[in-house]
Design a protein. Sequence first.
Length: 496
Amino acid sequence: MRKLEPLDSIFLDMERPTTPPVIGGLFMLDPSTSPGSFVRHRDILKYVGDRLHIVPNLRRKLIFSALGIDAPRLVDDPDFDLEFHVRHIGLPRPRDRRQLKILVARLMSRPMDLNRPLWEMYIIEGLEEIPEFASDAFAVLMKVHHAAFDGAAAGAALWAMTQDTPDESPSPPVEPWQPAPIPGAIARTTSFVSEGISQLVSNLRSIPSLGGSAITAAVSAMEDGGKIQMAPKTRFQNKISSHRVFDWVVFTRAEANEVRNGLGKPKMNDMVLCIIAGAIRRYLMEKSELPESTLSAICPINIRGNRDPTEGGNFVTVMRAGIGTHIRDPLERLAYIADQTVRGKAQAEQLGGDFAGNLLALYPYAIRSRAVRGLSALIASGNIQAQPANLIITNIPNPAGGHYLAGAKVLEYAGFGPVVDGLGMFHTVTGMDWELSMSVTSCRTVMPDIEHYMDCLTESFGELRKLSNVSRTAAALGKSRANARAAAKPAKTAKD
């Protein structure tokens, strides 16, 4: 029995029917590399079942305390049913890429069953009208709840389901899985009360350091006359609906690295933020909605350290950074973003990675749970105008291997994240060894034309690519001129 940490439980407290906090990924797969060149549903059931021991949270469910006196616990599900979690469906006609994105968005819109382990997997067949893939290609969507998995843990769960080679087998469990017995009601209540008191006492000792960290970070975050800059109001700060929209665009790693090299090798994360900022600038300008001041992004930072991500949980802090949407010139915008991310990381380090968790733990669960729910309702009402950020951008590192699932080769991969009232746009940047995938999750009312926004992303990337070509040409021209000047100089003669 494992108690949810404060950062874990907050995703349960803020959940509303329109805002299920689900994250995960979508694989596009080619079965021609699998044994027999095809994959059956029962093959995938066995394949997933053979790997459940790698990610313990896949067989754990929530139990809640009486009257909500302490955070929920994760316990082994004695009635675990693999076929409930792994589902086989067909893509409706016209079975093209657009229909696939609509189906995935609908599946992401559904809240999860909190009485079962917090994940679902959908095997999606019928992709024959997507010309980039073979007619028998299929997709796998894996969806997990943020209370049990952060981005790194969700990635670990996804990649635990993959193979480096088509016929690779996982290491077997040390012993067959047997669910641990769930404590009775009295034992659970005693545990909830005693652990809650122990956690509170432990975190009270951290008040002095928490206060010092908060003051230091707040001072460094102040700009322009001693005021902490809030994010401007945009369509992304509106109340969101229950209807998700989802789309992604893929660039090759080779062309992304070529652009980066041509721009003088900025940090890849900064270049990605610049691409996204350019796309948002285009998108909002066309709607006459671009604010004069920069939009700000929240970027999660993994602070798990040496902890095993397959154990699940949320171990993140966040960096807040302006993304330069008010700057027309992409190179100036890139320089601005580089400065902002340095500042943002420094402020996150000054707070300390465990600041948010320790701060939340200062308050008894019953109080903070109600406070979070009340704040979520207040934001949804539109009565809070000032927001710290406009969108979320997360970067999930691509795996070193994991190119096959049930023997089928991974062709494309895209991730998705949750949107909430006041933060109605979520970018996930990830991919494979050969691709850079940039995906967007939003809702139909906030972004009814997400396909056009993906065009804006492509155009923003193309803009940087042109500038990188100019930079390379200028550098090559400068080098050739220098060589020509050196060759034109008379040779020095030695003095007698």
